[in-house]
Structure formats: structure tokens, C-alpha cells
Design a protein around this ligand. Structure first.
Ligand SMILES: O=C(O)c1ccccc1NCC(=O)[C@H](O)[C@H](O)COP(=O)(O)O
Length: 205
């Protein structure tokens, strides 16, 4: 089975449809106001309403309140949730949607133990840890820290680009890869050529 691809940080319809055309399996929308990739719930839901079938929209939150999360996911049954902060298992499961929990990896972490804290997650996203920045850092982490026998589908993220994604897929064999900065032409705006090269590279690995 070839590796799935999630293109994260979508802020406009043109980038969303181009990514779908290029073969993206999932699109990420960042509902974290401090991010340069922030998109409002209204704009995101308008985009989601125009997505082709079989593409999963993923709503990304960082320690968000219940009212924001419910206002986004309440507009479409298609939303999956990505919790990218310090959310507990009980909080994640309370929305009764498929969700991914992002874990930010640094040397010395017990990844297997951290994954075991989220038995209800549909997948675990592993991203690079950088103090004070919750995500979208553009930095890789040491992929050899990832145990090969984790009990959940793994979404590999952090500093992936068209140049390193095939190597990442070959080394880690993740269920999916996730990219944001590595396929941008400027913050929040995707480069279609990079998106196409990234997806081709991920599916080749
Ligand atoms: O993109 C952001 O600005 C962001 C802000 C806060 C939390 C998460 C954020 N992005 C998450 C992602 O885009 C990806 O899941 C992942 O972090 C990979 O990003 P990148 O290293 O830029 O490819």
C-alpha cells in the first residue's frame, strides 16, 4: 500500500483543489490564531464544501476551547480532528470524531509510552519538538527514535520536503506523511509544483 499524504496549512480554495488534483489524501486546516497559516472556520468550511469525495479534511487545533472545535466540526461530518497541543485522551475522545493526536518528539522521549496514552486515536502524528512553537516548524527530528512496532498508524511530519520525503518513507514506513512549510511558496500559500513533487516522492518511497 502506498503512503498517504496530508497537505497541511491550506488557507484558500485554489491550493486545496490543486492539492486534490495532485493526489492528496487529506488536507489540514490550522485553527490556531497565532499561526501564519490560520484560516477562519467560515473560510475553511466553504472550502470543505467544495472538496471532491475521498479527500479527508483535517481540523487542526492547539489547546482550543470546546466552542471553537464544535463550531468547526459541526459544519461538516467530513471533518477529522488533529489535536496538536496538550489535549488529554478524555478531551480528544469527547468530540466523537476520528482524531489524530500530534506528539512532538525530542531525544529521550518514550514514544511507545506516549502513544499508549491515546488508545482511541485513529492515528498518531509524530512532529519535531521545538520549544515554544507548537508545530509547523519546518524542522525534522531523529526518525531512528521511532519504534517499528507502534500499535497505531503513524503520520510522519516535521521538516519534510520533496527532497527528503522518499528517504523518510523508505526509512520509517509510516501510514502517511504530513507537510506544510516544505511545499509552500510563502507562509500559508502552497507551491503547486512542490506539492506535486512531494506527493510523487511520498508514493514512490
Ligand atoms: O503550521 C502551523 O503554523 C502550525 C501551528 C501550530 C500547530 C501546528 C501547525 N502546523 C502543523 C503542521 O503543519 C504539520 O502537522 C507539521 O507540523 C509539519 O509542519 P512542517 O514542518 O512545516 O512541514
Amino acid at each position: 500500500m502506498s503512503c498517504r499524504v496530508k497537505i497541511c496549512g491550506i488557507t484558500n480554495l485554489a491550493d486545496a483543489l490543486s492539492a486534490c488534483e495532485a493526489g492528496a489524501d487529506a488536507l489540514g486546516f490550522v485553527f490556531y490564531e497565532k499561526s501564519p497559516r490560520y484560516v477562519s472556520p467560515d473560510v475553511a468550511n466553504d472550502i470543505v464544501a467544495q472538496l471532491p469525495p475521498f479527500v479527508v479534511p483535517v481540523a487542526l487545533f492547539v489547546d482550543a476551547g470546546k466552542s471553537l472545535i464544535e463550531s468547526v466540526i459541526g459544519s461538516s461530518a467530513r471533518w477529522m480532528i488533529q489535536f496538536h497541543g496538550h489535549e488529554t485522551e478524555a478531551e480528544c475522545v469527547s468530540y466523537q470524531r476520528h482524531y489524530m493526536k500530534a506528539l512532538r518528539v525530542k531525544e529521550g522521549d518514550d514514544i511507545a509510552l506516549n502513544v499508549s496514552q491515546y488508545p482511541s486515536a485513529s492515528a498518531i502524528l509524530l512532529d519535531a519538538y521545538k520549544k515554544g512553537i507548537p508545530g509547523g516548524t519546518g524542522e525534522t527530528f531523529n526518525w531512528s527514535l521511532i519504534p517499528s512496532d507502534l500499535p497505531k498508524p503513524i503520520v510522519l511530519a516535521g521538516g519534510l520536503t520533496p527532497d527528503n520525503v522518499t528517504q523518510a518513507v523508505t526509512q520509517v514506513s509510516p501510514y502517511a506523511v504530513d507537510v506544510s512549510g516544505g511545499v509552500e511558496q510563502s507562509k500559508g500559500i502552497k507551491n503547486n509544483l512542490k506539492v506535486t513533487e512531494f506527493i510523487t516522492g511520498a508514493k514512490r518511497g
